[in-house]
Write a protein that binds this ligand. Structure first.
Ligand code: C5P
Length: 214
């Protein structure tokens, strides 16, 4: 079974995807980490004339070990990720990694921006997670504070808005709700309630696939 979980920055998609993975006993890939690792590899070269080529080279030689660094979870890594994510060849280089993960025996849960539209259009269940910008900022601020980072909420709000705008305008992106994805708005839900709602959606999709309900 393949479960695709897409949504904007700090919508709660990562937490929901890992909760779904635990619930259904599936491996989980946070695909944002791939873009963050590529972004991290070109940190400091944003204005260099060979920025794109450096990012493409980093994407082509990315491996599992590059995904472990704590640095990838910073707000800066998120910004860098969305800059390399607009490069078509970077997306192409990361496509195979994500496809292979999705197609492993037994299935997987992947979360990101384009899982239900580009990476796994054939996924058995697709969720599109959304939440209003202010609560997304507040959640991300608390996550960063828990990791000991000092957070400027005003700046963070604008970073999230700027990142969403860049992601949605990405011509290579596929960042939109797939027609067959289920919309889950987590603005007013705590983690447990959101996970219950996500499980209900996936169970419903499985029953429909099995022909048990129309
Ligand atoms: O989800 P996360 O905040 O870690 O993603 C960081 C950035 O990586 C996003 O803002 C987006 O630009 C990019 N991304 C993407 N496609 C994905 C996952 C992430 O373009 N499947």
């Amino acid at each position: 079974m393949i479960i695709a979980v897409d949504g904007p920055a700090a919508s709660g998609k990562g937490t929901l995807a890992s909760g779904l993975a635990r619930h259904y006993g599936l491996p989980h890939l946070d695909t944002g980490l791939l873009y963050r690792a590529v972004g991290q590899a070109v940190d400091g070269f944003e204005d260099a004339p060979d920025f794109e080529n450096r990012a493409i080279a980093a994407a082509r030689k990315l491996d599992e070990a590059d995904l472990q660094s704590e640095l990838l979870l910073s707000a800066r890594a998120g910004q860098l990720a969305s800059k390399v994510a607009v490069i078509g060849e970077v997306r192409q280089a990361l496509f195979d990694y994500q496809r292979q993960f999705a197609l492993q025996e037994g299935g997987a849960v992947l979360d990101g921006r384009d899982i239900g539209t580009v990476i796994c259009p054939e996924a058995d269940a697709k969720l599109f997670i959304q939440a209003d910008s202010k609560s997304r900022m507040e959640r991300r601020a608390r996550q960063l504070e828990l990791r000991g980072q000092v957070v400027d909420r005003y700046a963070l709000y604008h970073q999230i808005e700027e990142r969403d705008a860049r992601d949605m305008a990405n011509p290579h992106g596929g960042f939109y709700k797939a027609a067959d994805a289920h919309l889950l708005d987590t603005t007013l839900l705590d983690i447990e309630a959101a996970l219950r709602a996500a499980i209900a959606i996936v169970d419903g999709a499985i029953r429909r696939k099995a022909g048990l309900v129309p």
